[in-house]
Design a protein around this ligand. Sequence first.
Ligand SMILES: [Zn+2]
Length: 372
Amino acid sequence: MSSKEELALELTFPYSESPEFGTALEIAPGVKWLRMPLPMSLNHINLYLIADNEGWIVVDTGIRGQETSELWRKVFNQALEGKPVIKVICTHLHPDHTGQAGFLCQYWDAPLLMSYSEYYQACFINKMMGEKRSISHQAHYQKLGFSDSFLSSLVSGGSSFQPTEDDIPFPESFTRLVDGQVIQFGQYEWHIVTGNGHSPEHVCLYCPALRLLISGDQVLPIITSNVSIYPTEPEANPMKGWIESHQKLKAAIKDDVLVLPAHNKPFYGLHKRLDQLIAHHEDRMLILEENCTEPTVAIDLLPLLFERKLEGFTRIMAMGECMAHLHCLMDRKRIQRQLINGVYHFLSIDPTLSSRAKPGEHEDPDQLPELT
Ligand SMILES: [Zn+2]
């Protein structure tokens, strides 16, 4: 049994089955769970419907493309009980959450609700994905130890996330959601609780009366959300915000909630999971710290965190995660960074550290990062 499975045993999963793609499963009065497909190893995303007096609130939308929009039409016919969609909420900017926002908002003439940072970053990412990608960030990756030949081998091919001319464009306006806001949907109040680290201002929806938390990617029960450094903000420290957000959620949300995540299945055990996730990242940081007793290039640290062979763009994603941990250690004054011959070397500051795990020997390698 893997350590992920062992950790999952500490949580309770009340649903043994997930809804088929394009069908809805009611999990509380006026709250329905949907699943839509994703074209990657993480093969699904969970979406939710919340009943309001005049219609439905959609929470997250699925990836762009005809397959998901056809499944949405099936949902419209079979799950909405003759009522319209009246609002579309995206928990955060990632394309599996926002990909159908244009379609849904246009089809139903419904407003899009998002936090400020998520909306504008979604607009920026959509613009970036529509442009021919250059290796303008090459210098960033060279400093982390990637070779010129590897970087030039990265082909900027098409992506299933990339919008095409067939897609209805992302909505050009939005209604802002803010931390602490309370919104009435039907007879229930839902509280907006934001977090960051995986994305800049991720919205979770908490209903104390129904004891539900729609957590998006801010809390997942089995896989861990991608927390990464991107070349657009090379000095960022998202891991600090990620860990602080977990502490914030633990203080703000009771442990009795059924957590409705964007991936995997609904579960009980929010506080346990938040503790697990903090411990997971602290463990990762300790591994890095203990293996930087000599000046070490970032690329040589990847096997400590990822056992599977990393190729192509997955190496870039893995590096983003590794750097997020290293930057947090730098902020904590546990690791220092030196630029030697144009490449960053990382060195632990505590001289008493001894090497705990060598590349490839660690027992609990994380799985490849998912673009969640
Ligand atoms: Zn995400």
